[in-house]
Design a protein around this ligand. Sequence first.
Ligand code: GDP
Ligand code: MG
Length: 285
Amino acid sequence: MSETPILRSGFVTLFGRPNVGKSTLLNKIVGQKVSITSQKAQTTRHQIRGVLNRDGMQIVFVDTPGVGKPRTALGKRLNDTAKEARGDVDVVCFVVDGRSGVGKGDLFLAEQLHPANTVVLVNKIDGMSAEQVGQQLIAASAIEASAYFPVSAQTGDGLESLMDHLAAQMPEGPAWFPDDQVTDTPEPQWVAELVREQLLRTMRDEVPHSIATRVTEWEWPRIRVEILVERESQKGIVIGKGGSVLKEVGTKARQQLPKGVFLDLFVTVDANWQQDPASVERLGY
Ligand SMILES: Nc1nc2c(ncn2[C@@H]2O[C@H](COP(=O)(O)OP(=O)(O)O)[C@@H](O)[C@H]2O)c(=O)[nH]1
Ligand SMILES: [Mg+2]
């Protein structure tokens, strides 16, 4: 940790509908994968913090679960998590998807924001024409905010101007994290997340929402991860023929961990984990 006092610091929340690219943005901004991403809704279930240190400044970005209509105890918990994250922050980056277009869902969510500390990010502009970007910025202007930025979380386009803008909004404050720390997700939770990410990317549509993961044993370099599903039939899908799916998931997750880690994955059926607030709580969501 350096001795240089941090003069400006603050919290910036990434908020918006599922799949608009909030987690991809966070990873790009902090320059390291700290939040898992996929094409499925409900990928992000925890509040994930990523820290950006720049000369004399520290910004803590908070990634949140996308907000939708809750149908289960898990869905409700995720919405609460997103709301909590917006409570006490300096800036809210409200992210919309420039490709699918700004829609009613975005406008509905945006009603809860305070325009003075809201910045709208029109994301996914890579591959969009200047005209399309312009149209989406006009559509986004229906959301009351203090600034609007076209960005691409994938290429990093537009993020420099965004960072300059955010830097100017940061109040004087302490360093919330040591300057070599990029995130505060505990290691076991991160390993469980990497496994869940691979499951999300491998499974077809219905199964992913039924899946939860958690580390049950941590005896370095051996880590045992439990995969919870809701139905017996899903257990078969997750394991795959002769264990093929589980093996692929394990291999891809392990590639992102330090060399020599031994990942031991096993599947259990818990019919109600999503409906039962106690289960949701136990899983740490
Ligand atoms: N083309 C493109 N795709 C993106 C961009 N940002 C995110 N995505 C994709 O959009 C999907 C959802 O991203 P994710 O970060 O998980 O969205 P979240 O639910 O808002 O956190 C993933 O498949 C990402 O690869 C972008 O700037 N350009
Ligand atoms: Mg996410």
